[in-house]
Design a protein around this ligand. Sequence first.
Ligand SMILES: O=P(O)(O)OC[C@H]1O[C@H](O[C@H]2O[C@H](CO)[C@@H](O)[C@H](O)[C@H]2O)[C@H](O)[C@@H](O)[C@@H]1O
Length: 254
Amino acid sequence: MTLTMAHVSLFLDLDGTLAPFAPVPEGVGPDAARNSLLRDMQVCLGGRMAIVSGRSIADLDRILEGTIVAMAGSHGLQRRDARLDMLTARCHPKLAQAVREVAAFAEKYPGVVVETKPLSVALHYRNAADIDVQVGAFADDLADRTGLKLQRGVMVAEFLSPGMDKGRAVRAFMVEPPFFGTMPLFIGDDLTDEDAFAAVNAFGGVGVLVGPPRPTYARFRLDSVDGVHAWLAQALQTEVFKLEVPVGPSYRRI
Ligand SMILES: O=P(O)(O)OC[C@H]1O[C@H](O[C@H]2O[C@H](CO)[C@@H](O)[C@H](O)[C@H]2O)[C@H](O)[C@@H](O)[C@@H]1O
């Protein structure tokens, strides 16, 4: 499948898609080559490009050096539109309690990293021993007691205000200029990106999964972060997005 750039809006996840994983969240920093590629892509698409991430917008600006205009951060709880207007959800009244309880849980398990964000708290256990079961029980209970939404990703449990996700963020961009009326393309790797894959499908667009095949709403696949960079560079040169590797019928959820 080949998509002419002039008809496309591009939505990109950050961690695992544009940036390789690091042991801790702050381990991801600015990268001159990546940021220059994204800047060029934003210009080439006439601003029809947005980063859609679980990170806060302030953190995205740190990593991307403030060069990208449209962004959804904190899984859509924060959104900066193409006119630079900011929309931010209210902080959940039980967030402070969740931060305390997550910190207390982390003290029991070496390697667990707590990331406190403006509108959520994430418990990362990428570097901890096999504690999936303990995290699962703790996270379900905390979400039940606080009313916070539990968002699971790969080796992470995050607690945030209910009501938003990456799919809703993509939908919000798609009804505004300069995105309105174009075909959305979403590139992402994590479970949290599935809402966005489903959203682009509803707009007649296409999702691209980064990494090995898995059950997904995405229709195409790229192998790795390096593969995403090379694919974006090729698109800039040719002014078309070429989608060559289907995700495989047995993995398609739709
Ligand atoms: O939606 P994304 O842009 O993919 O962001 C998802 C989360 O990414 C970050 O955590 C992940 O990457 C870290 C750095 O590589 C890694 O240490 C951690 O284990 C991963 O879960 C970020 O820190 C989170 O805030 C984002 O929600």
